[in-house]
Design a protein around this ligand. Sequence first.
Ligand SMILES: Cc1cc2nc3c(=O)[nH]c(=O)nc-3n(C[C@H](O)[C@H](O)[C@H](O)COP(=O)(O)OP(=O)(O)OC[C@H]3O[C@@H](n4cnc5c(N)ncnc54)[C@H](O)[C@@H]3O)c2cc1C
Length: 466
Amino acid sequence: MTPEDRLAERVRRDLELLSYPEREWLAPRSTREGQPILDVLIVGAGQSGLSAAFGLMRERIRNLLVVDQNPLDRAGPWLSFARMRTLRTPKYLTGPDLGIPSLTPRSWYESVHGEGSWEKLGLIPKETWAEYLSFYRRTLGIPVSPETRVGALGYDPAERAWRVPLERAGNTELAFARRVVLATGIEGSGNWHVPEWLSKALPPERYAHTRHDIDFARLRGRRVAVLGAGASAFDNAATALEQGAREVRLYFRRKTLVNVNAYRWAEFVGFLKHLGDLGDAEKWRFISQILRMGQLPPADTFRRASEHPGFHLHPGSAWKSLRMDGDRIAIETEGGRHEADFVIVGTGFVTDLKLRPELEAIEPQIARWADRYTPPRAERHDDLGRHPYLGPNFEFTERTPGEAPYLSTLYNYTFGGLLSLGFGGASISGMKYSNPRLVHGITGSLFREDCEEHYQSLCAFAAEEF
Ligand SMILES: Cc1cc2nc3c(=O)[nH]c(=O)nc-3n(C[C@H](O)[C@H](O)[C@H](O)COP(=O)(O)OP(=O)(O)OC[C@H]3O[C@@H](n4cnc5c(N)ncnc54)[C@H](O)[C@@H]3O)c2cc1C
């Protein structure tokens, strides 16, 4: 038995010790055609989807399924488009463990790498985080259907369930679920974004977003321009230089590089647990301030890029024009004219539910913040206005009350919950408090829906004590 197997046994033993109450409380249900109805279907098998499943399983909701369009254990960015070496967040963040010490990243790391290994560890390598999530899935027996893409959701009032198209190997089958959780990632309430002026100015083979597959070997000896100054912009700049790019110039609008990380400030109980309890004006004020403070590369990511002689930073350099000049890319910035051979777009993602395939049929009914709150002129922020206006447990709410009551049985556990509930989905920092909030919402919603059945079972309860 490997040390990891022994740890898995310890985790199961710990859960057994904490398994009260054990009584199953959700009656199996089927459609009128006899097809079984899941209690919960979770879209996305990354850290958010897996931990949501674990949280629900601990509350005896086991008739659930997690689906992901990627192969097994390859959900999220870690083994695909993430080009950093390590996580950006400190190793001591807990989250997916949901308070089970033997299930923490540290317990697992020490079981695999030996005693004292954790102390020697700086930040967790991204591949190691993916290994931990695989251990997590296997040890907890979380049912995952890989290489399965969820299409447009529709609610079936007769079945009181969601119709969920599952596209797999070129076929589409229909699943039914009483509750659906969208754990579709950091871009799960919108999509990665290439500014239109850029995609109009350059042929597709001359630029790529940091989310795209990039053939860095083709950039050997070339001049690369990177637009944006977030962590992914720096990761891609460093990767291009490490793979032989002649020079990389990184452009951003701010006069100076952000060097203070508001996310580190936010890692305390009050904010992580209770931003969701504030009024709209307070929520908006906090989150717009965090966005105003900006994103930055972690120190080692900054060093990784700037240690290369071919790396150049261009602050205060918004792009004023962009065009092909023969075979070269000509960039006019506030700071002057530059040329490049390839552009890497580090502009992140936008929030816009219209961009979500899962929501295609229902997004017009979903309330956004712009439908509920008008900020002071000085705090106007278009992207925040497009954030979904979520209920206290990550559930969607109706744009027009009474038109789509079923939206309260659909949960948005993506980064789109930022304004409504803080660091909820799609961030390790917020998971410790966001997961119980989500799980509480789902168990409460199912209990309320089945309240009559529970009352009848109480009236029929006749187990004699002696
Ligand atoms: C490059 C990068 C680095 C990051 N580094 C950190 C970090 O160091 N620390 C930190 O706290 N956060 C970090 N984050 C933020 C966040 O933690 C990650 O985005 C993380 O992957 C979020 O986990 P998740 O489970 O919510 O989403 P993901 O891990 O993205 O998983 C969502 C999954 O859902 C799948 N999916 C989406 N739509 C569908 C559909 N319709 N059908 C089927 N499957 C679907 C996706 O393909 C994906 O596999 C980083 C984000 C990025 C992009």
